[in-house]
Design a protein around this ligand. Structure first.
Ligand code: ASP
Length: 349
């Protein structure tokens, strides 16, 4: 199946035989049974979408493709929200969460609160393939990773440690930590408090098979042992090979309480487009949040951010964010670029 956007159709002045038809703003042209490959990711995932598409083109399984893609971000010391270099928990230790899901076998694996391993997504895949469990946490996850030959490393980079230290020094004026010397630092550090960041990456291969991965260092300065939505199948990631795939970044707690990614896929199964499914899921979450006043601003809108990403079986894709101004990465087989996500609420300037 070759998919050509309406704009390209007009621009190229393409003429169509009886096999072409419009669907959801896209023109579908019947090909030789081959489906268009798509890779999408959160906004920090352009390198991941590039890599995953390269591997899909070489015929790799879509799960191997997306894992290889996110490994680039997991291993990047400059990304303070994922893997090596991620911001630590409140005690200064980096704890990582990740999940993978493989559409063709409807199988999944995940790890949570894993310390010392740069690429938790690879461990999550081994949980799926090499043991009879779906989720391993903490010490057990680390022992499992060691058994499979993973090298333990200190994941706390100087950059992440310094951010954590400033946070700690500005927490209270009633403890024994003096405030940081520089006046400028506290404000800069404040932006990291309650800061989220994760990479989700989803792929559809040329056979129509789907897979996804979500990996993160979670909420910065979290309580030790806190597990977010990323390793929870149905919340941070869900794939139904007959319908579509969805993943999430943002406030994990809100997502866990609403099984967000499962909900997105369910909406797609009801016929909603990926973007509509993401928006409807966010609406539902907002509705349920009214029971938690501490999560609401004075105008009643949510005090947090949440983003969903989705692809359906037909190769349509979309993303929606709680607040305006969000982007997501898309490789549609022709170009790899950030696109603007749909949103529920317009952010006040
Ligand atoms: N969803 C992740 C978590 O709650 C964090 C994030 O996406 O920024 O752990």
């Amino acid at each position: 199946m070759v998919k050509i956007s309406r704009r390209d159709f007009i621009k190229n002045g393409l003429t169509l035989g009886a096999a072409g038809f419009f669907l959801n703003n896209s023109l579908l042209v019947q090909g030789q049974g081959e489906k268009r490959m798509i890779v999408i990711a959160s906004s920090n995932g352009l390198k991941a979408t590039e890599k995953a598409m390269e591997l899909l083109r070489q015929g790799y399984d879509p799960l191997d493709a997306v894992i290889a893609g996110v490994n680039i971000v997991e291993e990047d010391p400059e990304d303070t929200s994922v893997g090596y270099g991620g911001l630590p928990n409140e005690e200064g230790e980096v704890e990582l969460d990740a999940s993978v899901m493989h559409g063709p076998t409807h199988n999944a694996g995940a790890v949570a609160a894993l310390k010392g391993i740069k690429t938790p997504s690879k461990v999550a895949k081994l949980v799926m393939e090499r043991c009879d469990h779906a989720l391993l946490v903490g010490e057990g996850a680390l022992k499992f990773a060691r058994a499979h030959g993973f090298k333990e490393e200190n994941l706390l980079t100087d950059k992440a440690r310094e951010i954590w230290l400033r946070w700690k020094e500005t927490l209270s004026d009633r403890d024994n930590w003096f405030p940081p010397k520089s006046e400028k630092l506290p404000a800069e550090v404040r932006s990291f408090v309650e800061s989220y960041g994760t990479i989700n990456c989803l792929a559809l291969d040329s056979h129509g098979n789907l897979a996804g991965v979500t990996t993160t260092s979670g909420l910065a300065f979290k309580l030790p042992g806190r597990v977010g939505d990323s390793p929870i199948i149905g919340a941070g990631l869900y794939v139904d090979n007959d319908v579509g795939a969805a993943g999430s970044t943002g406030r994990g707690e809100a997502n866990i309480l609403n099984c967000g990614s499962f909900q997105v896929v369910s909406f797609m199964a009801q016929g909603f487009s990926p973007e509509e499914a993401c928006l409807k899921t966010l609406e539902k979450i907002v509705q349920k949040t009214k029971f938690q006043p501490h999560l609401l601003q004075s105008d009643g809108l949510p005090r947090f951010g949440l983003n969903f990403y989705a692809i359906n079986k037909k190769g349509e894709f979309g993303s929606a964010s709680m607040w305006s101004g969000a982007y997501y990465a898309v490789h549609d087989g022709r170009e790899n670029k950030l696109r603007e996500a749909a949103y529920l609420f317009k952010r006040k300037k």
